[in-house]
Write a protein that binds this ligand. Structure first.
Ligand code: FES
Length: 133
């Protein structure tokens, strides 16, 4: 990951085990949406905030994705349940789907995220046609 563009996301202390997620703006194929990062099993994980069942945001309060046991990511709309470690659907109407991951890393008390070909920061809009570089 050393060649990848690395963008600061949040202070690592902002992500408590099983706690509230850090939500931020991204774009996928140029369309704005949000992503979220949370801590589970000591590791920071991040996904697009988009349920596999219906493409809508999942948090039941801003940044709240965990169920009451702080074990699963649960969609507030119809209760699809996902494994926080890998985004895999484990129950409810998400079938064999999986949340789309966003690459993140934690280093020296800071969490970073890594844009990909598909997922970019909102400011990465291509310049309109006719605009000089
Ligand atoms: S929209 Fe998430 S379970 Fe239906």
């Amino acid at each position: 990951m050393s060649d990848a563009v690395e963008l600061p996301l949040c202070d690592a202390r902002a992500l408590e085990e099983g706690g509230r997620a850090w939500v931020w703006e991204v774009q996928e194929y140029g369309r704005p949406l949000r992503a979220f990062a949370l801590r589970f099993g000591g590791q920071v994980r991040a996904y697009l905030n988009r349920c596999v069942h219906v493409p809508t945001e999942m948090d039941w309060q801003p940044g709240e994705f965990f169920d009451t046991d702080r074990r699963w990511i649960i969609c507030s709309i119809h209760g699809a349940t996902y494994e926080p470690a890998d985004g895999r659907c484990v129950g409810g109407p998400c079938a064999r789907g999986r949340l789309k991951p966003v690459a993140v890393a934690e280093r020296d008390g800071q969490v970073y995220w890594y844009p990909s070909r598909d997922i970019q920061p909102p400011s990465a809009d291509p310049a309109p046609a006719g605009t000089p570089p």
